[in-house]
Design a protein around this ligand. Structure first.
Ligand SMILES: [Zn+2]
Length: 197
């Protein structure tokens, strides 16, 4: 028995390789989700995977979340609808904003103006209070990604509902940090339930 033997398929990726893999995998899944969600609403997205990737590539090259100014990279980007589709926002490229997973989860049903107003308010608070409040928003966002009316009626949807895919999303359910791909897990990243997984 050779205790040092390792499975050869688990070749360790360089950080650049891990970034590219995360980018390719995550953008592909997001585009599929976008198309599926639009179709479910009887609509079509007005962009293709190439255009979505260009949008995201530009944002991660800038490297800062437009909402919180935190780090934005291939592992933690998310695509937000400025105006949530649940509130009439279009499934169109011009309604997309690349931000960090944390902001997208915390933002919930707010539109981009409301979320910036809330961030402004939070930024005026003491850092620990701000962090605590954001953590609570994220936790709530991960758990109650349901239509506003349903969320109001049932503020604590069971994980079973989420797992069964019966919860609709306020916005794109694409937070999927996949930190294991090569970067240490960000403690701020919530372990979000996957839709349709
Ligand atoms: Zn952010």
């Amino acid at each position: 028995m050779n205790a040092k033997a390792k499975p050869k398929s688990k070749k360790k990726l360089s950080l650049d390789e891990a970034r590219e893999r995360a980018f390719g995998d995550r953008t592909g899944k997001m585009f599929s989700n976008h198309r599926r969600n639009a179709k479910a609403a009887g609509r079509w997205v007005d962009y293709d995977l190439f255009a979505l990737r260009q949008l995201i590539r530009r944002a991660v090259t800038v490297g800062a979340c437009p909402y919180c100014n935190g780090r934005l990279d291939e592992f933690n980007f998310s695509v937000d609808h400025r105006v949530p589709t649940s509130r009439g926002g279009g499934h169109v490229l011009s309604n997309l904003l690349v931000c960090c997973v944390s902001c997208n989860l915390s933002k919930g049903p707010l539109d981009h103006v409301e979320w910036r107003q809330l961030m402004q308010c939070l930024n005026a608070w003491a850092e620990p209070v701000k962090r605590h409040t954001l953590a609570r928003l994220r936790a709530g966002g991960a758990q109650t990604r349901s239509a506003p009316a349903a969320a109001a009626a049932a503020p604590d949807p069971s994980p079973a509902d989420a797992a069964a895919g019966t919860l609709d999303s306020y916005d794109e359910p694409d937070p999927e940090p996949e930190a294991a791909a090569g970067r240490p897990a960000d403690p701020d990243h919530p372990d979000t339930p996957r839709e349709g997984a």
